[in-house]
Design a protein around this ligand. Structure first.
Ligand SMILES: Nc1ncnc2c1ncn2[C@@H]1O[C@H](COP(=O)(O)OP(=O)(O)OP(=O)(O)O)[C@@H](O)[C@H]1O
Ligand SMILES: [Ca+2]
Ligand SMILES: [Ca+2]
Length: 615
């Protein structure tokens, strides 16, 4: 027991991007020392690639000597090629042309999942801390270390008595998945899938913690229609077994390939709606998936209209509403720019959905290069191609949709719940989930100055129907009282209705504490709109200038007033050095100009996505 038999794993040279080529990228840097590795901004010296830490234990490589990423080509020295034998690579360019998705993926990176976040988790004093990974893990040192590792998970010990293992159905970096059948109880005679993770591969406390967290997250989130159902977790001395619903329809990646690389818009919509609905759910629970890609979505059956399920929470993490993560994990083609800059949150998943949607619609990857460092350069700097075929025949709504997910500034990206109300996807047929973003925005509105609130109110009056669809849906989810208004209780109840165990871990309900002012008053829809809009997101709209000028007209009527430079600086929490800039925002009559108004709405400085503030 413990091993399952199965197919041989095709090699990278077989020319087919298989499930084995998931290219999970993980930094080779021991992140427990990450505080010394923080990279505040991209440096010009390396072409805008993030100022990545140097690698102690990775030999210099020709293609990525300056990168901390493990080589994607672990199978030999020299310059191994991800391309099939006989195909010579074209030089990597910062603006890649169209690349057919059928091009084989590079072989997987050696998986070494390093968790910086563990060290950073003050709230978990019992979390094991790791020293840096030794320069060379000699067998003796390894053995010593392993002795102290507690590989007891507290799961069921009787896997063999409960399940009969069958053939392998899939394989990844961390384990292989087999078909199995329940022997007794509720799952008797039912086919299931079992992800088998070898304990021998758990060589650090962090890797053990990762498996524990994968199970915890899967268990907590299980139940959503588009998330693989969790049944059981078992273990023996050699393996951990994650028993889950069997998805017999294969990976989304395979369907894309079998359709020659792309979907019709209508078919793509059906896929994207399912992805957004499950990701919105994860995000509301305070879980960031961090490895969204077509390999991690499975169909329940071979049928064309089978439901799709999100799997593989191996890189997922809990995240508090105001928290930012800094460990670089994910898969190269799908990784968001701010992840490479080591300061990110839920929006990183949205970027990955943008990449998936781009691929569905045109059959090419938006950011492509022959090497990992080339891909990262493209992610950070290149604009995806929307000119070449088939883009001219793709609807404007679809293009706008993808662009609003692939915005390099994470603050300008739509959330999953917002994306579900985008004109491209808008329809009555899918429900709009509660968005954790409104909690964050309402919270900061409640703490804003009266002048700032007046500015936001003016802005909310300039919203178009498109934005109002989302706000109306969110307001209705708060189930307004008979007087059409909401109070803190409504926000609390809406969260409770959606709560799972994951929320406790990610401390999502803490967002409510900072909303205390709402305990004593109510908010009507009009004020809710002012409170729940993000200037950054609106600024990304094509019609932003029109919105801003209409909003300014409203502001002139009620809100704009004489304000001194000193007072404005206090409003914005800025010191005297900012006075000369602020002077330009104030008109001759002592009130804010249109420029001043839009800058003021923004808050402090307007920075790019290279912003690495830690909250
Ligand atoms: N519930 C399931 N039903 C059917 N097949 C599954 C199921 N779960 C996983 N698989 C198959 O096993 C493969 C590996 O599973 P999974 O992605 O969880 O492993 P992993 O080792 O974490 O992978 P990665 O290298 O992407 O991190 C999947 O790509 C899929 O083909
Ligand atoms: Ca996977
Ligand atoms: Ca995984």
């Amino acid at each position: 027991m413990g091993q399952c038999y199965g197919k041989t794993i095709p090699t990278a040279d077989s020319g087919r991007p298989t499930t084995t080529t998931t290219t999970t990228i993980t930094t080779a840097v021991a992140d427990s020392s990450s505080s010394t590795h923080q990279s505040p901004a991209p440096s010009a010296a390396n072409n805008g690639a993030p100022n990545l830490p140097s690698v102690k234990n990775t030999p210099a490589r020709s293609s990525a000597a300056a990168s901390p990423w493990p080589s994607p080509y672990p199978h030999g020295g020299g310059a191994p090629s991800p391309l099939p034998v006989g195909v010579s690579p074209s030089p990597a360019r910062s603006t890649p042309g169209r690349r057919f998705f059928k091009r084989p993926f590079p072989p997987p990176s050696p998986a070494k999942h390093i968790k910086a976040s563990l060290a950073r988790r003050f709230g978990h004093p019992k979390t094991p801390r790791e020293g840096p990974i030794p320069e060379d893990g000699t067998a003796a040192a390894e053995g010593d270390r392993q002795q102290f590792l507690d590989k007891n998970f507290g799961y069921n010990k009787n896997f063999g008595a409960k399940f009969e293992l069958g053939k392998e159905v899939g394989r990844g970096h961390f384990g292989h998945t087999c078909y199995a059948r329940g022997k007794k109880g509720e799952l008797k005679d039912q086919p299931v899938a079992v992800k088998i993770i070898s304990k021998a591969k758990m060589t650090t406390a962090i890797s053990i913690e990762d498996v524990r967290r994968e199970v915890k997250i899967l268990k907590a989130l299980s139940g959503h229609r588009h998330l693989v159902k969790f049944y059981d977790a078992c273990e023996d001395s050699n393996h951990v077994y994650i028993v889950m619903e069997l998805c017999e329809g294969g990976e989304l990646l395979d369907r894309i390939l079998s359709r020659g690389g792309r979907y019709t818009e209508e078919d793509a919509k059906l896929i994207v709606v399912q992805i957004l609905s499950v990701v919105a759910f994860c995000h509301l629970q305070g879980v960031v998936h961090r490895d969204l890609k077509p390999e991690n979505f499975l169909f329940t059956s071979r049928s064309e209209d089978a439901d799709m399920k999100l799997i593989d929470f191996g890189l997922s993490d809990f995240i508090r509403p105001d928290e930012r993560l800094n460990d670089i994990v994910g898969s190269a083609y799908y990784v968001a720019p701010e992840v490479l800059h080591r300061s990110y949150s839920l929006e990183a998943d949205i970027w990955s959905i943008g990449v998936i949607t781009y691929i569905l619609l045109c059959g090419s990857r938006p950011f492509w290069a022959r090497t990992e460092s080339g891909i990262f350069r493209a992610v950070l700097r290149a604009d995806p191609n929307f000119e070449d075929l088939p883009w001219p025949s793709v609807s404007l709504e679809a293009k706008d949709f993808v662009k609003r997910l692939l915005n390099k500034d994470y603050r300008k990206r739509m959330t999953a719940a917002q994306a579900l109300t985008h004109p491209w996807l808008r329809s009555e047929s899918h429900p709009i989930p509660l968005d954790i973003l409104i909690y964050k925005l309402v919270k900061s509105y409640l703490h804003a100055t009266p002048f700032k609130r007046a500015a936001l109110k003016a802005l909310s009056k300039a919203l178009t129907e498109d934005e109002l669809v989302y706000l109306k849906a969110q307001f209705m989810l708060l189930e307004p009282n008979k007087d059409g208004r909401v109070s803190l209780e409504n926000f609390k109840m809406a969260l409770l209705r959606n709560a799972t165990d994951a929320m406790k871990e990610s401390r999502v309900p803490e967002a409510l504490n900072a909303m205390a002012p709402l305990a004593y008053r109510k908010m009507d829809f009009e004020e809710f709109c002012a409170a729940a809009i993000s200037t950054y997101q609106l600024e990304a709209l094509e019609g932003w200038e029109q919105i801003a000028s209409t909003a300014f007209d409203h502001f002139e009527l009620e809100g704009n007033r004489m304000i001194s430079v000193e007072e404005l600086a206090r409003e914005l929490n800025l010191g005297p050095t900012a006075h000369s800039i602020l002077r330009e925002w104030i008109r001759g009559d002592g009130k804010l100009s249109l420029l001043g108004f839009t800058k003021f709405l923004h808050g402090v400085t307007v920075r790019s996505s290279s912003n690495t503030r830690h909250h």
